[in-house]
Every structure is written in structure tokens, then in C-alpha cells.
Design a protein. Structure first.
Length: 172
């Protein structure tokens, strides 16, 4: 006697889903991306199996499928760089002093860009700690990147760079 169990499929959410047991162990949606020729010329080299990318374009959906009409493709590594509005560098003194700031000046000059820079300085004295944020003047701007982070961390230590959104100024 042979018993055949039929697999029951329940879509995990709204939309058009199907079960492809040959390639996937879970349901997948029918989604495709169409890349315009101009975007493909500029970004086609990023189209690798398994590579994460950010796609900017128009989303279209009908009863059968969904697709992205890609206008721009960027490597996922550039997302934080594009979204960043500021760079903060943490420095403790001691051990850091004038020589550290002179070396950082050279690094900032190598990574010129359009994002503002601030130093979060922790002044350490016996029994006291004082934290001060110093916004660097508007003439010194940087491009946040892995290279900048690496260069600054060689001088100030791991975790000394925070790339993020600029703080809102609240006036009373």
C-alpha cells in the first residue's frame, strides 16, 4: 500500500505567492526587476547572484506579479554613505592630544566631501570627566566612507567614528 501525502500550500500573506519546492524551502513571491538600458550601462556590473543592492525606481503591481522598473542601482555598502548627514569623531584626552588632531586634520583633508564633522571630546581628569561636542567649521567637510572610518580608527581606536544624521538644533 502506498500513501501519497499532498503538500498543502497556504500563502504567508497578501499578494501573489507560489511554492517552488525545487529551489526554495519556503514560499516566494513573483517579483522581477527590469533595468532600463541607461541604468544597466552604469550599474550592470553590480548584477551578481546573491549580491545585495539598493534599487531606485518605480514599483508596478498587478494580480499576477509585481515588478520594479529600476532607474538606479547602488551597492548596499553605499547606503549609509548616501544617508549620512554628519560624521562625529570620539576623542579622549588623555591619551590623545595635539598630535592626534594634527593627524586627523590630514585624514579629513584626504576625504573631502559635503558632510559636517564634529568632535566628541572627553576630557579626563582625576575624579572628573567632561564631555564636549565641538562642531568643526563649515570649511571642513568630509565624504563618509569605509576608508574615512578606517583611517580615523587607526588614529583614535575602534568605534571612534559615528556616521549618522545631524542632530536637530532646538532653540528656546
Amino acid at each position: 500500500m502506498t500513501i501519497v501525502a499532498e503538500r498543502t500550500f497556504v500563502p504567508p500573506g497578501p499578494g501573489s505567492w507560489f511554492l517552488d519546492p525545487t529551489h526554495w524551502t519556503r514560499p516566494v513571491t513573483r517579483f522581477s526587476a527590469e533595468v532600463f538600458p541607461e541604468a544597466f550601462k552604469q550599474c550592470g556590473h553590480l548584477a551578481e547572484n546573491g549580491r545585495l543592492v539598493v534599487v531606485k525606481g518605480r514599483f508596478e503591481r498587478d494580480d499576477e506579479s509585481a515588478r520594479m522598473l529600476a532607474e538606479e542601482i547602488s551597492p548596499i555598502e553605499l547606503v549609509s554613505e548616501k544617508l549620512a548627514t554628519s560624521v562625529a569623531i570620539k576623542v579622549s584626552t588623555p591619551p590623545h592630544g595635539r598630535a592626534t588632531f594634527e593627524r586627523l586634520w590630514d585624514v579629513l583633508a584626504q576625504h573631502k566631501g559635503d558632510r559636517c564633522v564634529a568632535f566628541d571630546i572627553e576630557l579626563q581628569q582625576p575624579g572628573k570627566k567632561l564631555r564636549v561636542r565641538v562642531d568643526v567649521n563649515a570649511q571642513i567637510r568630509v565624504r563618509p566612507s569605509e576608508g574615512l572610518v578606517s583611517d580615523v580608527e587607526k588614529i583614535c581606536g575602534a568605534g571612534s567614528v559615528v556616521i549618522g544624521r545631524a542632530a536637530r538644533v532646538v532653540r528656546h
